[in-house]
Design a protein around this ligand. Structure first.
Ligand SMILES: Cc1cc2nc3c(=O)[nH]c(=O)nc-3n(C[C@H](O)[C@H](O)[C@H](O)COP(=O)(O)O)c2cc1C
Length: 247
């Protein structure tokens, strides 16, 4: 009888411990998710709303594809906020709110990409020079470090001078873990870079349709670019897109 009571108590204790550990895992698992997805190691100094993206254009998709070129010469004008918003929407904007789907496809709809903007001077009308992070769900920018960081970015990008001459540099980073969690090494080697390619081509075609100039830049020091945009250590920069008016 005593043995039976003891074993019942033991079973009860084990159940409580298991329940507690499950609850803790859920809670801390949720925190982990928030930390990586919202990158809250990134210190946010406020947010900036972007104009609603347009869904009409005088330029057809075919024309944009046919005319797209790597353009490395930029005018001195600042971008309009609507132009920047449109470019970011094309890169990673949300197009299906119910399911959270975006403009570019993503393996398992896990969305590993994070998009930053290094705004120069003159960069974007009404925006201070500095680093911003695009929030696809809200179609907003979070503001990070202020100051003109384009010359640092140019140095990090093996001194390609057009990186500093552009109005802005859009930096596409990836949180590999979001994809490798489900797909393992294949996610890191293939899916994540493929997704950067999808997003980058959207950005390039949107720039073409807006009559802007951009070029895909892959030559840079990853660690330095990561530091400049203030991305957490679990993110790797994959692409830099200088963008400006055409010279
Ligand atoms: C993955 C990748 C990395 C690239 N990196 C650079 C770069 O660092 N600097 C640069 O000036 N162009 C870069 N380019 C642009 C290519 O030089 C350009 O696409 C190529 O010359 C063809 O010209 P087009 O884009 O006008 O068709 C890169 C393109 C790709 C796809």
């Amino acid at each position: 009888m005593a043995l039976e009571r003891l074993s019942r108590r033991t079973i009860l204790t084990l159940l409580v411990v298991a329940g507690l550990s499950l609850a803790l895992d859920l809670v801390f698992g949720a925190f982990r998710f928030v930390r990586t997805d919202d990158g809250d190691e990134w210190s946010v100094e406020g947010s900036v709303t972007l104009p609603r993206p347009r869904d009409q254009s005088d330029v057809s998709v075919e024309e944009a594809i046919a005319d797209r070129r790597s353009r490395r010469a930029y005018s001195d004008r600042a971008l309009e906020r609507s132009e920047l918003g449109q470019l970011l929407w094309a890169t990673q904007g949300v197009t299906d709110r119910d399911r959270g789907f975006r403009t570019a496809p993503s393996a398992g709809a896990l969305y590993p990409l994070e998009v930053y903007v290094v705004v120069g001077s003159p960069g974007v009308e009404g925006l201070e020079s500095g680093v911003y992070r695009y929030r696809p769900g809200r179609h907003e920018l979070d503001r990070g470090r202020t100051g003109n960081l384009q010359s640092e970015l140019q140095a990090a990008a093996v001194d390609q001078e057009f990186v500093e001459e552009a109005a802005v540099d859009i930096v596409v980073c990836a949180v590999d873990e979001r994809t490798t969690r489900k797909y393992g090494e294949r996610g890191r080697q293939r899916y994540v870079p493929m997704e950067a390619g999808h997003a980058g081509e959207n950005l390039s075609l949107q720039a073409e349709a807006l009559g802007l100039a951009t070029v895909s830049v892959g030559a840079f020091r990853d660690d330095r670019v990561r530091d400049i945009v203030g991305a957490p250590a679990d993110q790797r920069p994959l692409y830099v897109f200088p963008v400006g008016g055409r010279a």
